[in-house]
Design a protein around this ligand. Sequence first.
Ligand SMILES: *Cc1c(COP(=O)(O)O)cnc(C)c1O
Length: 396
Amino acid sequence: MTTLTHAIPYGRQNITDDDIAAVTEALKSDYLTTGPRVDAFEEKFAEYIGARYAVAVANGTAALHLCALALDVQPGTRVITTPITFAASANCVRYCGGEVWFADIDPETLTLDLERVRQLIESRPKGFFHGLVPVDFAGYPVDLEAFRALADEHGLWIIEDACHAPGGWFTDSKGEEQWCGNGNYADLAIFSFHPVKHIASGEGGMITTNDKALYERLKILRTHGITRDRGNLRYPDHGGWYMEMQQLGYNYRIPDILCALGTSQLSRAEEGMQRRQEIAQRYDTAFSTDDFRTANIKKIHGVPSADRRHAFHLYVIEVADRRGLYDFLRDHEIYAQVHYVPVHTMPYYQDIGYEEADLTHSERYYSGGISLPMYPTLTNEEQDFVIDRIKEFVRG
Ligand SMILES: *Cc1c(COP(=O)(O)O)cnc(C)c1O
C-alpha cells in the first residue's frame, strides 16, 4: 500500500515562479489598484473565452451582484436558478430585492433541467419571470443555445454562472464550439478567481458579455456609479477635476496586483485544463473496473463526450454511504468535499419560504454526491492513493 505523508485537498491553486515574478513586478510599478494590469487581464480573459467584453471585479459574488444591478433586478423581479450551486448564484438576486425561484436539476448533468424550467415558466402568467441563472456545475457546460431559445420565447435575460467552467465548451446546433461565458447565448457570464477555481488571483472575479451597453453600465457600477468620461457628463462645465456620480454603484474594483497574478495564471489555463482531463480520465478508468462495481458506487459524473469539453472544476461521484466515505477519506487525510448543500435548504431560504419546494433530483443528488480531489498539480501517485482508499471503502 502506498502511503502519503501529506494531506490531499479537493482543490488547490498552483503558484509558479512566473506568477511570483509577475506580482513582484506589479508591486514595483506605479499602480497597486486600477492600472494597466486590470485592462490587460480583461483583454486576455475575453480573448481566451471568446467574448467581446470583460470587466474584472473584486470576486465572483461582486460579479453576480453587478450583473443583477445591470439587468435592473429589483423587488418584483423573479429569477430562476438551480439549488445545486454556491449560494451566491441565488443571493445576487436577493441583494437587489428580487425573488429567487429554484428549478430542479437533470440528474445526469447535475445542471438546471431545461424542461423543469419550461414547466415552471409555463405554470405562471406571461411576464411573471424575468431572468435565468444557469450554472455550469462542476464544469459541465450548460446547453445555452436551448436556454436562449426558451428565454427568448418568454422575454427573459440569462446570467451564466460559469465559475466552474473557464475553458469548457459545448457544441451548438451549427456544430460550433461555444465556450462558457463567450456571450453568444447568455446576456452576461461570471467567473471567480478564488484559489480553488481554475485561475487563482486570491480573490477576484470577471464578467463577460457581448453587449456594449451592459458593458458600459458594469464599468460604472464597479466604481461607485462614478464616471469621468467627458462625453458622458450631465454637467460638463465644472473643470478637469470633475467626476460625476450618476448611479448608486459600489467599490467592486480588483487591484492591479491581483490582475498580474490572474494574467500569469491565465497563460497556463490550457495546460491546467489538459491535466484536469487526464485526471478525470484516470478516475473514469479506475471506477469502470470490476472492483468498483459494487452497490456502494451509484454514479460517476466524469465520462467525457466528443461534443463538449467538461472543464472539471470538480470530479463528482455519488455513493450510497456518503458520510462513511467522507469520514473514511478524512481519516486518511484526503479532504473530499460536498458541492453543494442545496441552496433552498439553507436556513435563510427556508425562513423566506422554500420548505415546500419540489426539488427531488437536487435533494437525491445531495444525499450521495461527493467531490474527489481534482487540481492540476495532483500527481498520479496521489490520485492512485485516493483511488485505492475509495476501493478499500467500497469493498467494505
Ligand atoms: C466560487 C463561486 C461563486 C462565487 O465566487 P467568489 O469569488 O467566491 O465570490 C459563485 N458561483 C459559483 C458557482 C462558484 O463556484
